[in-house]
Design a protein around this ligand. Structure first.
Ligand code: ADP
Ligand code: MG
Length: 694
């Protein structure tokens, strides 16, 4: 099966379009984040220019955008530098000046030939009691017919102006084919949605501000198509995954029982319930594909460990993948004392293991000497082979993409997969990233935790805060001090952290440590170990500590320039404290003055510790923009879907996809055929791969 011919025009290079050459093509590609004509068609207008006001010169009101039919009378080039070039024009009622800064006389004479009748458009200004237009748009000669009175405005970039974009878009619309309908006819009728190619055309000819509402018929239809492609991909993946014969494990074997007995605490009700659900999946011959969702500190790690015992009791290996090196090491260090007494052999493999050391580890993984392998994404590299991987656990905090999850689970036959996520993902987002996974929830924290007090502090008061810290440190408090993200540049982050470190060092001497992403792995370890042991009281860090670090004695979290962090991220960071029995505090430092939204966001952090509430509010306040920093999070990047507005459509698309798979899992019917076209259109390569795989 290969791409349907009907899509060819949409997959052609932008160079095909009129007005797009080799050089402009790269600008366009950067702007639209794609190379195909379809990617340009998905570039959505954000405003309109209304040119329908067509007065005569004498009636033209100042400040309004007017379209005038004029005759060019005379040119007056500037007499001094910094003066504008003026073109004088008239109609039957009066005269007007067209004003240009930095104009080339030759070009001006060619564009505005004396005596010519032109239609021009622009904002009317009054200068010394005389009307003028600065840098008008020329719409054509006076005999031009159908000049559209309303023009869409698009986001632009350097090297591409409004006119160039309009021209390319106009040309692109000419390539837009009529595609077979993939929507369910009854649903389409109910929603009153038009055909796909018409929706695309309408998207690019907005008539009023109302057309920018995400809930117009046009925008809804296009968003639904994208949602359906996304959900169908996930559903196909899941279908294929479950169909492959899974392994049925011994779920209450010896190791499992021993580990349960050795735990220094009793499991919470939520942990027990999740384990039951996991055991039920693992005990059956279908493959598990389960998401374990639990707020920070809810105790996911131990659930992971107990699940791994099922695999080991059935003489299979388990892999545990963490998003960062620090976290992988920590899981390893944390689980080792629990597991080695049971005779379990576990290893840790990350990017730092090189040369001989790495060879030894890969050997142990391959020959089964290592029963549990903990690591980072190093685990799914091609060079890593397992003897018989049974269970893959991915502590992903949604940093791994669908592709990466898949790679790890393909390292064995019928591998069961458990994905753990700490950041509470709003439902709409989890739908797009996971579709219809089975979900277990840890909605109960281990007992004895006290609420964390969150305080907002303006940076002006930093001195006072440091004095307060001195008192706490004397009482042996342990403190995280997180430095801000500086324009997403790791190097600048590090500088900020180093500066803060020096300032604190002058106060706290050798009780302060520094940790950041650019340090060598063993340097990071040393610092982390000292902090865990209590030799350091204050740990200055960039966001490397964000995920998962577990030091129950730490009770104070300071976050600098908190207004620059996403709420989900702040929540993660704050979750590093309040893990032991002692009262914990979180100080959010901000630079005054705060914008209204920033103030609201920080207030949410102060007022609640409920991760779900926080992320829903975040989605609301940020709108559809870059939710949770989707780029780095492995969540899909959408063309038409507005997550804040289209949540309902996503759920419907999920149900639609489920039904499609039930009735036509190979996409062999007529609708199935159209759906294949849809999958190709959105480049859902995995889904296509599955269909090809049979
Ligand atoms: P997270 O869900 O954020 O990964 P962890 O698994 O790191 O949380 O657990 C946080 C802390 O709570 C750890 O110190 C862990 O040992 C402890 N813990 C886990 N389960 C329980 C429990 N049932 N009772 C008491 N403490 C627990
Ligand atoms: Mg964790």
């Amino acid at each position: 099966m290969s791409r349907p011919f009907i899509l060819d025009p949409l997959f052609r290079s932008l160079k095909t379009l009129s007005g797009v050459g080799d050089r402009t093509r790269t600008h366009f590609e950067r702007l639209i984040g794609g190379e195909r004509i379809f990617d340009l068609l998905a570039h959505t207008p954000i405003d309109i220019i209304d040119r329908s006001y067509m007065p005569s010169i004498i009636d033209a009101e100042a400040g309004r955008l007017a379209t005038l039919t004029v005759q060019i009378v005379k040119h007056t080039p500037p007499t001094r530098r910094n003066l504008p070039y003026r073109v004088h024009a008239k109609d039957g009622t009066g005269t007007i000046d067209l004003v240009f800064f930095r104009a080339y006389p030759d070009y001006m004479l060619k564009t505005y030939p004396i005596g010519a009748e032109l239609i021009i458009s622009g904002k009317i200004d009054i200068y010394r009691e005389h009307p003028q237009i600065v840098h008008p748009d020329v719409m054509g000669g006076s005999e031009s017919k159908d000049i559209p009175p309303i023009e869409p405005i698009y986001p632009l970039t350097q090297g591409i102006n409004h006119k160039a974009l309009l021209k390319a878009m106009h040309s692109a619309l000419g390539f837009c084919p009529k595609l077979p309908e993939w929507l369910d006819p009854a649903y389409q009728k109910k929603m009153k949605w038009g055909e796909w190619h018409k929706a695309i055309a309408l998207l690019h000819s907005p008539q009023s501000a109302q057309d920018f509402d995400p809930n117009t018929k046009t925008r809804e239809r296009l968003a639904y198509d994208e949602a359906l492609a996304n959900q169908l991909t996930l559903a196909l993946m899941r279908h294929r995954h479950k169909k492959k014969n899974g392994i049925s494990y011994e779920t209450n074997g010896a190791l499992r029982q021993q580990l349960t007995q050795n735990l220094p605490f009793t499991l919470t009700g939520a942990q027990l319930k999740s384990l039951e659900e996991i055991d039920r999946d693992m005990g059956q011959k279908i493959r598990m594909m389960r998401l374990l969702q639990g707020d920070v500190g809810s105790g996911k790690t131990i659930v992971a460990a107990l699940s791994m015992m099922n695999a080991l009791d059935s003489h299979m290996q388990a892999a545990f993948m963490a998003p960062t090196e620090i976290l992988a090491r920590q899981h390893y260090e944390g689980l080792r004392p629990l597991l080695t007494p049971l005779g379990i052999r576990l290893v840790c493999l990350t990017g730092r293991n090189k040369g001989k050391e790495r060879d030894v580890l890969t050997q142990q993984i391959q020959n089964g000497a290592a029963q549990i392998v903990i690591g980072t994404h190093a685990l799914f590299q091609d060079s890593i082979e397992f003897q018989n991987l049974g269970l893959a656990i991915i502590d992903e905090q949604h940093r791994f993409g669908v592709d990466q999850r898949l790679k790890l689970s393909n390292k064995g036959k019928g591998v069961d997969v458990l994905v753990m996520t700490a950041t509470p993902i709003p439902r709409t987002l989890s739908l797009t990233a996971y579709g219809d996974l089975d979900v277990s929830k840890l909605d109960e924290k281990p007992p004895g935790r006290q609420p964390i007090d969150t305080l907002l502090f303006s940076t002006d008061k930093i001195q006072e805060m440091i004095e307060g810290l001195q008192r706490q440190v004397q009482k042996n408090a342990r403190v995280y001090w997180v430095c801000p993200l500086v324009e997403e540049s790791e190097i600048l982050d590090v500088t900020a952290a180093e500066e803060r470190f020096q300032i604190l060092e002058s106060v706290f001497r050798d009780k302060v440590g520094l940790i950041h992403g650019r340090m060598k792995a063993d340097e990071k370890d040393t610092v982390m170990k000292k902090f865990v042991a209590g030799d350091l009281s204050i740990l200055v860090a960039t966001t490397v500590i964000e995920v998962g670090v577990n030091v129950p004695e730490a009770t104070i979290m300071v976050i600098e320039s908190a207004e620059r962090f996403g709420l989900a991220q702040l929540h993660q960071l704050r979750g590093r404290v309040g893990r032991g029995a002692d009262k914990s505090y979180c100080f959010l430092l901000y630079k005054a003055p705060l914008s209204q939204t920033a103030r609201e966001r920080l207030s949410i952090m102060r007022d609640t510790e409920d991760g779900f509430l926080i992320s829903e509010k975040d989605l609301e306040l940020r709108g559809s923009g870059d939710v949770l920093g989707t780029k780095q999070s492995g969540l899909p990047d959408f063309k038409f879907i507005d997550l804040a507005a289209h949540g309902e459509l996503l759920s419907t698309a999920r149900d639609d996809a489920k039904l499609i798979i039930q009735k036509d899992s190979e996409l062999k019917t007529k609708r199935g055929d159209a759906l294949r076209t849809l999958l190709y259109l959105f480049e859902c390569d995995q889904a296509i791969g599955y269909l090809q795989g049979g």
